[in-house]
Structures are given as structure tokens and as C-alpha cells.
Design a protein around this ligand. Structure first.
Ligand SMILES: [Zn+2]
Length: 197
């Protein structure tokens, strides 16, 4: 059944072609521009963060509709060729986790792992408790997540793919990448369901 309109589907695609046709697909490389060192090798976003795409993310993050993670993972998988040794996700702050009870980025990463056969592992920890990025300006976001993460283990020569739902400035993903590279990761890529500007 289509997650959005309820139409019966012949295959397990989570969404019907007409609902999917309403999404504004961009599949764009996200440019991360700040006066800071860039650690991320490539960041791709699939859709613009608006309309139904935004609704799906909100359902997943704020309405407890965790099945949306399967849809998001499916749409990422369908639209781009993913290559990495390991898939991981952006860790939440403790307050967000306590409030929500789950990490939506982890849900998406685990679904992507099932679809691609790539191994999924928790590699990142938040070492600095940060404010929610939602109400912060670009520069504030950058400062807020600066060195907020560390990697849990040695990653020498490993290529890592970080999965997240929405990318805005790329600050969080950049500092996640920095943490992974400090432990020896070779390339760090990121894939996000949507790009918000
Ligand atoms: Zn539909």
C-alpha cells in the first residue's frame, strides 16, 4: 500500500508513482561553504525539503510514524548509487533522544543497510551537548556543532557513508566527517533525503 495515499501497490515500493511524481527531485551535490575546513568528500541530497517531502520528514520526526524511514531509505536507494564500507548516522543529543525515544537517522540508516547489503554500525558519539539547529543562523549552526562528535573506533582506510534526513548548512555532517577522519576514515560521504535552504 502507498504510505501516502493508500493505493494498493503490486511491489513493495512504499509509494505509488503519482505520489512520488509530486516530489521535487534534485539529487544535488550539496555545497558546503563556510570559513572552515571541509572534511566531507561528497554530500548528496535527493529532494527539496518542501511539500510532501517535508511532511514525510515531520511524520517521522515528530509524529512517531517510524515506517516513514522505510520509504525514505527506499527513495534514497532508488535514486543514487551508494558505495561505502560502512553506513552510519548522525547521533542525536540526549535531550532529543529522550524526548523522541528513537533516532530517525538511525532508522533510515538501518533500512538502507537492508536494501543495499552494506553494513550499518554506530560509529559516532556526541561529546558536546548542542542546541537544536532549527532556530539558529548559518554561522551559529556552524559554531554550535563544532567538534561536537567523536568516532568510537579506529577506522583506518574505511569509507563511510553518513545518513541523515535533512541537510541545511552541512555543518553537522562536516564535523561528523572530521571525527571519522580523525580515526583514520579514508573517504566520508553523506546522503540526505532532503535539502533545506
Ligand atoms: Zn500514493
Amino acid at each position: 500500500m502507498c504510505i501516502l495515499c493508500g493505493k494498493e501497490l503490486e511491489e513493495k515500493t512504499y509509494i505509488c508513482t503519482s505520489c512520488e511524481g509530486n516530489f521535487n527531485k534534485v539529487c544535488t551535490k550539496v555545497k558546503i561553504e563556510q570559513d572552515a575546513e571541509i572534511f566531507i568528500d561528497e554530500c548528496i541530497a535527493i529532494y527539496e525539503f518542501k511539500g510532501k517531502v517535508r511532511e514525510i520528514v515531520h511524520d517521522l520526526k515528530y509524529k512517531g510514524k517510524r515506517d516513514r524511514a522505510e520509504l525514505i531509505a527506499y527513495l534514497i536507494y532508488k535514486n543514487i548509487n551508494l558505495e561505502a564500507d560502512l553506513i552510519t548516522w548522525v547521533p542525536q543529543s540526549n535531550t532529543t533522544y529522550n524526548k523522541r525515544g528513537y533516532n530517525q537517522a538511525k532508522d533510515i540508516a538501518e533500512c538502507l543497510s537492508k536494501l543495499t547489503g552494506l553494513k550499518c554500525e554506530e560509529l559516532l558519539l556526541r561529546v558536546k551537548q548542542t542546541k537544536s539547529q532549527v532556530l539558529l543562523s548559518g554561522a551559529e549552526r556552524w559554531y554550535n556543532v563544532c567538534d561536537a562528535f567523536c568516532a568510537k573506533r579506529d577506522l583506518k582506510g574505511i569509507n563511510v557513508l553518513i545518513v541523515d534526513d535533512v541537510v541545511t548548512t552541512g555543518a553537522t555532517l562536516n564535523f561528523c566527517s572530521k571525527a571519522l577522519k580523525q580515526k583514520g576514515a579514508h573517504k566520508v560521504y553523506a546522503v540526505c533525503f532532503a535539502k533545506s535552504c
